[in-house]
Design a protein around this ligand. Structure first.
Ligand SMILES: Cc1ncc(COP(=O)(O)O)c(C=O)c1O
Length: 396
């Protein structure tokens, strides 16, 4: 049966990891896959997670299925994390939500729900966007359209062009926005831009679809939810896909949240039943473990404090790495001004160099990152930064 299909080439990012593993060069540097790494190049289990695991081990009495919507303590904790304490939207019971298998699972079930509402749903995504948005949404049958976002020449957001494009979309359209730490560019909207975009969404009527996979990695846990909270407070409807992979370091546990902010409680009841039925039709119930850990962390004061400080440590370290890379590049007297790297947020930066130079860095210096020139900032450390800066200088 399957001979009628053709073999596909490996996923570019996962293929890059495989090529890195195979490379015998001891000085190789991996700036590919979006995983946080410490100074030793490791992705350790967070201390708050280790402690929550002990608590879960001591208290878990069954492996029976959890409910289709997932762990309610987790869901409530995540909704509060996303929308803030005392959110009027939460108090008005306008939020439908399910625990999802990772941010990817959340994106997919929301896409499936949008197709249930209208099989011709159009979703506008930024140029560029995270490569996996395309299959996650497109394979659900979404008609994907692109809005201008990032200008490689000036390494800045094309905000006017973006607004102009989005002012012409239809009221039935959906606009995918990165809540913070835009992947792949690291270029985020500022507060004024979020305010203008919220006003535009209200005027045009499009539905904002906010993907927030790096809350806490940009400016702070609350600060990174600014745009999401602004839209949630000011618009009737917003949908949200959140991930706990990065900020809780729970990558392999697959834990995320799909949330739908509805115009009123009765619409919320409809949305809740529909999103659960979408999930039931794909994987039935979410895996329990990751959500149970996040439930413990968010709802236990001392673990929550540890988590906040661990997220802060990761965020601060990435900001320091950015500064260190920029100053090492300056020391190399490169012609190109790389100071924009300091303004970008989170785990990624676009070096804004052409694919041939990315390839040359891979072939000649064993430095691995994706062709778009997106680098994982967390892959830099005190030992490799000068090698990296020298290699970039030689390649430019
Ligand atoms: C922009 C964005 N959204 C969503 C995700 C989903 O993450 P996960 O499914 O690992 O939770 C990622 C992960 O890299 C991401 O970068």
């Amino acid at each position: 049966m399957f001979e009628s299909l053709s073999a596909l080439s490996p996923d570019p990012i996962l293929g890059l990891s495989a090529a890195f593993k195979k490379d015998p060069n001891p000085a190789k540097i991996d700036l590919g896959v979006g995983v946080y790494k410490d100074e030793q190049g490791l992705t350790p289990i967070l201390d708050c997670v280790s402690q929550a695991q002990q608590m879960l081990l001591a208290s878990e009495t069954s492996k029976v299925y959890i409910t289709p919507q997932g762990n309610q303590g987790y869901i409530n904790g995540m909704v509060e994390l996303l929308l803030g304490h005392n959110s009027a939207v939460t108090s008005a019971n306008r939020v439908a939500a399910v625990q999802a298998p990772g941010g990817c699972g959340a994106l997919r079930i929301l896409a499936e729900l949008l197709v249930r509402v209208n099989k011709n749903t159009r979703v506008w995504v930024s140029d560029p966007t995270w490569a996996n948005h395309i299959p996650l949404l497109g394979d659900a049958g979404i008609d994907l359209q692109i809005y201008p976002y990032f200008d490689k020449n000036s390494a800045s957001i094309k905000f006017d062009e973006m607004m102009d494009c989005l002012s012409k979309v239809s009221a039935d359209d959906v606009v995918l926005l990165h809540g913070c730490c835009h992947n792949p560019t690291g270029a985020d909207l500022n507060k004024e831009q979020w305010q203008q975009l919220t006003a535009l969404a209200s005027k045009v009527g499009f539905l904002p679809f906010i993907d927030i996979a790096y809350q806490g990695f940009g400016d702070g846990i609350d600060e990174d939810a600014y745009g999401l909270r602004l839209m949630a407070e000011n618009l009737e409807e917003v949908i949200v896909a959140a991930s706990c992979s990065k900020n809780f370091g729970l990558y392999r546990e697959r834990v995320g949240l799909a949330a739908i902010i509805c115009k009123d409680q009765s619409t919320k009841d409809i949305a809740q039943s529909q999103i659960q039925s979408v999930a039931r039709g794909i994987y039935s119930m979410p895996p329990s473990y990751g959500g149970a850990l996040v439930d413990i962390i968010l709802n236990n004061k001392s673990l929550n404090d540890i988590w906040i400080s661990e997220v802060e440590a990761m965020r601060t370290r990435m900001a320091e790495l950015r500064a260190m890379l920029v100053s090492n590049l300056e020391d190399q007297n490169v012609d190109k001004d790389f100071s924009f790297i300091n303004k970008q947020k989170g785990m990624f930066s676009f070096l804004c160099i052409p694919p041939e130079q990315v390839q040359a860095l891979r072939d000649q210096h064993a430095i691995y990152f994706v062709d778009s020139s997106r680098v994982n900032i967390a892959g830099i450390n005190h030992k490799n930064v000068s090698v990296l800066a020298k290699a970039i200088a030689q390649t430019l």
